[in-house]
Design a protein around this ligand. Structure first.
Ligand code: ECB
Length: 138
C-alpha cells in the first residue's frame, strides 16, 4: 500500500478549482477547458529531491525541487508567473510556499486513506483535490 507520495495518481475529486483559477487570473475560456480535465500526478522522490509531474490531455506541468531549498519556479502553461518557491515537511505534510505577485499562494500534499490529497491555495481560495493510486504493482 502506498505510504509515500511517490507513484502515479489520478484525480478523483476537485473542489473549488474554478475559484482558485479565478484567483490566479485565468481566463474564462481556459478555465472552461481546465475544469473538464482529469489530472494525473507522477511523483518521484530520491531522498530530498522530488519531481512532480502533473499531466492531462491538454497540458503538462513539471516541477523539480529539493526540500528546504528555495528555487525559482515558472508556472509555464498555467498562469505563467515567476515565483520563489520553498517546500518543507510539516509532520507528514509536504508544504510549498510560492512567493510572488499573488499573496498566500502555495500547495500542500499528504497521504490519507491511501489517497493523495492536495490543497492548492491562492489569495484566500483553496482548491481541494484527491487522487487515487494508479501505480502498477508487480
Ligand atoms: C498541468 C495541467 C494544467 C491544466 C490547466 C491548464 C490551464 C489552466 C491554468 C492554470 C490553472 C492552475 C493550475 C492548474 C492545476 C494543476 C497544475 C499543477 C498545480 C500545482 O501546482 O501542482 C503542484 C502540486 O502537485 C506541483 O506542481
Amino acid at each position: 500500500m502506498p505510504a509515500s507520495l511517490s507513484g502515479k495518481w489520478e484525480m478523483i475529486s476537485n473542489v473549488n478549482f474554478d475559484n482558485y483559477m479565478i484567483a490566479l487570473g485565468i481566463s474564462a475560456s481556459l478555465r472552461k477547458i481546465a475544469a473538464k480535465l482529469t489530472l494525473k500526478k507522477k511523483i518521484e522522490r530520491q531522498e530530498d529531491q522530488f519531481i512532480v509531474k502533473t499531466t492531462s490531455t491538454f497540458r503538462n506541468y513539471t516541477v523539480t525541487f529539493k526540500v528546504g531549498q528555495e528555487f525559482n519556479e515558472f508556472t509555464k502553461g498555467l498562469d505563467n508567473r515567476h515565483l520563489k518557491s520553498l517546500v518543507r515537511w510539516e509532520g507528514n505534510k509536504l508544504i510549498c510556499e510560492q512567493t510572488g505577485e499573488k499573496k498566500n499562494r502555495g500547495w500542500t500534499h499528504w497521504i490519507e486513506d491511501d489517497k493523495l490529497h492536495l490543497e492548492l491555495f491562492c489569495e484566500g481560495q483553496v482548491c481541494k483535490q484527491v487522487y487515487k493510486n494508479v501505480s502498477k504493482t508487480r
